[in-house]
Design a protein around this ligand. Sequence first.
Ligand code: NAD
Ligand code: GLY
Length: 362
Amino acid sequence: MHALKVNTAGGSYPILVGRGLIDRADAFVSLLPGRQVLVVTNDVVAPLYLDRVLASLADLEPATLVLPDGERHKTLETFSRIIDALVDAGFHRDACVLALGGGVVGDLSGFAAACFHRGIACIQVPTSLLAQVDSSVGGKTAVNHVAGKNLVGAFHQPVGVVADVTTLETLPEREFLAGLAEVLKYGIGLDEEFFEWLENNLQALLDREPLAVERAVIWSCAIKARVVAEDEREQGRRALLNLGHTFGHAIETHAGYGSDWLHGEAVAVGMAMAALMAEELGTIDADTCRRIRALIEAAGLPAHPPAMSTDRWMELMGRDKKVAAGRIRLVLPTGIGSSALSAGYDDAALARTIARTAPNDD
Ligand code: NAD
Ligand code: GLY
């Protein structure tokens, strides 16, 4: 088992990464504040892993809640179901929500934990690649609103993350690739050495070779832990973790949550667009842009958005949480393994980027 630490203002918590962790009571017990645990999962993950997690919690009497699967259920209504389950179980302030699943279950459960009794403990047990490398770490919790992705939420750090990489063996291929987009994000935007490792080990990752996958999860979590420790509330550097997300969230909102676009796929397109935009602005050269886009495409991820008019792009990107003083702020690559938040760009470059990638036939 590999243990990393996330240091935050409220204290530090472990990220445990390894094989077979969900079967180990010791992976969970030291994280639990008391005996009351609500295991929240969904109807895809429950048949695969719920019994094994419950066996590890056998000394307690955990309550369970199985939600319907899917991004379209990441709503205030589903959030209310978790709160109702905590109330029905008679749970108190020392209760804990254990989120077993992908980023949807993790974000919903984390938000419910943030709100119940003004904040109870949450253990993240991520089972998708995206959740293991990104959403389970760092304390961002949220639900979607028709007006915008993750529009309602809270910062609420988990008390621990238990990432069992063997659970990824049952992850559908498309979901694995979507998670890989967030892995690439760390290399493209934050760590040149990781980018080069990804270029050299992409096939091993696509083949899901266990050592390569575990290394990518650990490396990604280490980068994220470092960024979160520096900037827990996204006052600065943490915004760089949103590389590709302003474009990507616009695609997801336009297409509808739970539609044909997975979050990671939309982020992949967003990163490819961010590279083009940076090239338009002259902050990266054509070869750097090519390398970034080549890595995304070699990973089998999309690099082209759906058809959307420039006005629609502007409208949806204008709802992004990073908008400040009426300006859309974009995270753009400044090289391989480096990026910056930029508001002082020429609007025409943004329009050109959109025009280069998105046909105006909406
Ligand atoms: P998801 O939770 O919908 O999981 C993807 C699919 O895989 C689902 O059908 C799920 O049931 C299934 N699944 C999960 N684990 C499985 C397994 N081991 N075997 C078989 N099937 C499995 O989606 P996701 O990609 O995990 O997460 C996307 C969500 O995460 C989005 O809502 C996004 O906004 C959010 N997110 C949050 C953060 C954050 O910092 N909080 C960061 C990135 C993304
Ligand atoms: N996924 C972006 C962040 O956690 O900040």
